[in-house]
Design a protein. Structure first.
Length: 408
């Protein structure tokens, strides 16, 4: 059984990290158990040894609680904990592929485990803005341990926020387990539900969501502000070097920055949409943004939505989805969305703009909107959001299962 040892002081977030690691590993159909050095594993006894709760029938490895005399004597307690942990690992290795151990805080424990097990990854967690993992207030109430912060860990992780912890977990799992990078490409015309569905899928799978359309919108906003016509291809290409678009993730949400300004809430107007649609037909514009999108796809488990994701940006995607809906349904959705922002909007104008945009997107010379040959078409006309998400989740789990078979 491969072991991950997550260590750190109280309040460092080691248990949170351990749970995230377990969730990530289980996505790859691994059987994972959590072990706490200082806690008897009665829950696992119940679940995996069919223990009925009768005190006389407890599995041998789970018989003892920590005695007061052991707690008072640290060295004796360490010996007791390590010996019991070894016994637990021996038993559980028959049922699990991977064990994740938390509360390993003492140098002696780490050395002993490294001597005993060759396949062990030691990860140290330290919390941001805390002194040795504790706030000053917390520190006055908790006894210090003698964890050596200069120890030779496999990984040292700064716990700054939950979203970054998830990304670090994904990076470690990919590196240590040699797992493939999962990519989901979602294409389709405007108002087919791409962004809404992609965001929900990313949340359920703990993947990074990349709204490629927002990147083109940010580009369009720059040209609007600088009074450059979206039809002036030459002037637009001249100004590309002045445009710097970054994606940041704050509280798990994608934020779009244009030249260091957060413009996430400024890029959903009709004018910006028009600029994005027109300027995205220009080769130089697409080259600049596609390179950034490909880089994101190579570094993370991602879900991207757009119009050329499966054909150009992520041609090697694990799963390619082409979302559709009738024009009548898409107009209804778009009209409802815009009506909430502008009560004077006319449905006829929305329909006219959608027809023009569909034509531009599907007839542009560079990376036109089209269904990839290996994409699966999902018609969302008569499906609610939850139903669409479940359809794609099932398709992805089927694809992921096939991929895991290939790399075994």
């Amino acid at each position: 059984m491969k072991l991950y040892l997550i260590c750190g002081k109280a309040r460092s977030g080691k248990n949170t990290f351990a749970n995230l690691l377990k969730e990530e590993l289980e996505k790859y159909n691994k059987k994972v158990c959590l072990l706490k050095i200082t806690s008897p594993l009665y829950l696992y006894a119940k679940e995996y040894f069919s223990w009925d709760g009768n005190e006389d029938n407890k599995p041998r490895s789970f018989l003892q609680y920590l005695g007061i005399d052991l707690i008072k004597n640290k060295l004796k307690m360490n010996d007791f904990l390590i010996n019991r942990l070894k016994e637990d690992i021996k038993i559980l290795s028959e049922f699990f592929d991977i064990g994740i151990i938390t509360d390993g805080r003492l140098k002696e424990e780490l050395d002993e485990l490294k001597r005993e097990y060759n396949d062990i990854i030691i990860i140290h967690i330290e919390r941001k803005n805390c002194e040795n993992g504790l706030t000053i207030k917390e520190k006055s109430h908790i006894t210090e341990t003698d964890l050596d912060f200069g120890y030779n860990y496999n990984y040292s992780i700064l716990n700054d926020n939950i979203f970054n912890l998830k990304l670090k977990v994904q990076d470690i799992v990919k590196k240590e387990e040699n797992f493939m990078n999962y990519k989901i490409a979602i294409d389709g015309p405007s108002s087919s539900g791409k962004s809404t569905i992609a965001k929900l899928l990313a949340k359920k799978l703990s993947f990074v969501y990349v709204d490629t359309g927002a990147m083109y919108r940010a580009m369009g906003l720059y040209f609007i502000r600088n009074k450059i016509s979206c039809e002036d291809k030459e002037e637009i290409e001249k100004n590309l070097s002045n445009v710097n678009i970054n994606i940041k993730y704050e509280n798990g949400e994608q934020q779009i920055y244009l030249n260091n300004e957060n413009v996430t809430n400024l890029i959903r107007t009709d004018l910006v949409s028009k600029y994005a649609s027109v300027t995205s037909t220009y080769l130089k514009v697409r080259e600049k943004l596609v390179a950034m999108q490909k880089d994101l796809g190579n570094k993370n488990n991602v879900i991207m939505d757009g119009r050329d994701i499966g054909t150009v940006v992520l041609p090697d995607a694990t799963l390619k989805i082409f979302l559709t809906a009738t024009q009548e349904e898409r107009v209804k959705r778009r009209y409802k969305e815009l009506k909430e922002k502008d009560s004077n909007i006319l449905k006829e104008d929305v329909e006219k703009e959608m027809i023009e945009r569909d034509y531009r997107d599907s007839h542009r010379k560079n990376s036109p909107l089209k269904k990839a040959e290996d994409a699966i078409e999902v018609d969302t006309t008569n499906l609610n959001i939850e139903e669409v998400v479940n359809v794609i989740l099932n398709l992805f789990n089927e694809k992921r299962g096939n991929c895991n078979e290939e790399i075994k």
